[in-house]
Design a protein around this ligand. Structure first.
Ligand code: GDP
Length: 372
């Protein structure tokens, strides 16, 4: 049953991603298999079921929750005769829509080309085989080579461009002087921008969609006479495409170079513990997991649970745990300073500010030992 719950949560998230990209979901299909089919990801029967549904209801796109191999993508497209997207593709699409600065656009474009390159190759080989025969081979091959070369050239160009901007940004970060730097990290949509706004009284774009923030924003914040720099970073997500981790290097540098991380968690979300694990994993990947961290559990105003009656003998599940019980568990379990708040209603803000103040002060003192 727990597996079923996970599956539902994963598909909920995929549906939310689809919604963010501007699509509405008509139907979900799932299949239990030990291993995805190497040719078509789903089994033959399932594929026919999906294809029939697509035909009958004039569906435009089929989205898969995993990254499809180039050949799976091609085979599915040929069998179903609709647009096939995988999770990576969908996330890249959302990033492309949301990139606002030329820097973010360059990052996304690079990630898209890197995604496309191996798929383009297979696509052409596949077409080639279909056309077959003598005569087609020559021009076909030239075409592939030309296309591949164009894309490779474009990729090197974009990388050069990013390198230049990376250098500029590194200089900018250096010029910010010795002020303590704090970075907000967390799963996408947990309330980082809302918290940023509340703390800095600025207007950072917050929206109930995934990845509202692609570009980092830096604001000066003062708590009790103590100034520090607060950075909002791109939201993390389960199975963040590797192309994106790489091309968002500079955005993640903000995290890597921060003195203190504030890990924001959406406690009202059923999968919040999975989200914490995903974020920790990415922090580890970028080697930022040894920094001081403050855990902020947000959205307590929106928290709900199914209270069990005393004579209810069914086993306790996560859904039956109250906020107080979560607090006790996490306060005991977390090695980091931990606080439960609502960025919306500002509940427990004084307590949170005190925590941040104490941590920032520690770093500040270690940096300016001669000040009192
Ligand atoms: P980000 O992606 O982590 O930057 O998240 P946002 O700040 O954009 O917030 C995502 C959504 O959660 C928005 O609709 C916010 O209004 C909402 N939100 C943020 N904080 C809270 C909170 O404390 N309580 C509730 N109920 N909603 C919140």
């Amino acid at each position: 049953e727990q597996d079923e719950d996970k599956l539902t949560e994963y598909l909920d998230e995929l549906e939310f991603l689809a919604y963010t990209a501007g699509a509405t979901v008509e139907k979900r299909f799932t299949q239990k298999m030990l291993q995805p089919d190497s040719k078509t990801f789903v089994g033959k029967g399932k594929m026919e079921e999906i294809r029939d549904f697509v035909k009958e209801n004039e569906i435009g796109t089929v989205i898969f929750d995993d990254e499809l191999s180039p050949s799976q993508l091609k085979n599915l497209e040929r069998e179903m005769e609709v647009k096939i997207l995988d999770r990576t593709n969908l996330i890249l699409d959302i990033f492309a829509q949301r990139a606002q600065t030329s820097y973010a656009r360059t990052q996304v474009e690079l990630a898209q080309y890197e995604y496309l390159l191996p798929r383009l190759t297979r696509m052409w080989t596949h077409l080639e085989r279909q056309r077959g025969g003598i005569g087609m081979r020559g021009p076909g091959e030239t075409e592939i080579e030309t296309d591949r070369r164009i894309i490779r050239d474009r990729i090197s160009l974009l990388k050069e461009k990013l390198k230049t901007i990376d250098k500029q940004m590194a200089t900018q970060r250096n010029n910010r002087g010795k002020m303590v730097r704090v970075a907000l990290v967390g799963y996408t949509n947990v309330g980082k921008s809302t918290l940023m706004n509340a703390l800095s009284k600025s207007e950072v774009f917050a929206e109930n969609k995934l990845f509202a923030t692609l570009d980092t924003t830096v604001r000066k914040v003062v708590i009790g006479n103590l100034p520090f720099l607060l950075t909002d970073t791109v939201g993390f997500i389960r199975k963040l495409p590797t192309q994106l981790v790489e091309s968002f290097k500079s955005t993640l540098d903000e995290v890597r170079e921060a003195d203190l991380l504030i890990h924001v968690v959406d406690i009202s979300h059923e999968s919040f513990e999975d989200h914490i694990a995903s974020v920790n994993q990415i922090l580890q990947e970028i080697d930022a997991h040894r920094k001081p961290i403050i855990m902020i559990f947000n959205k307590i105003d929106d928290f709900s649970y199914e209270k069990k009656d005393e004579d209810d003998l069914t086993p306790i599940t996560k859904k039956n745990i109250s906020l107080d019980e979560w607090k006790k568990t996490w306060m005991a379990k977390s090695k980091f300073p931990t606080v439960f708040i609502s960025a919306l209603t500002k509940e427990n803000f004084p307590e949170m500010k005190k925590l941040i103040y104490d941590e920032v002060l520690k770093i500040h003192i270690s940096r300016f030992p001669y000040n009192d």
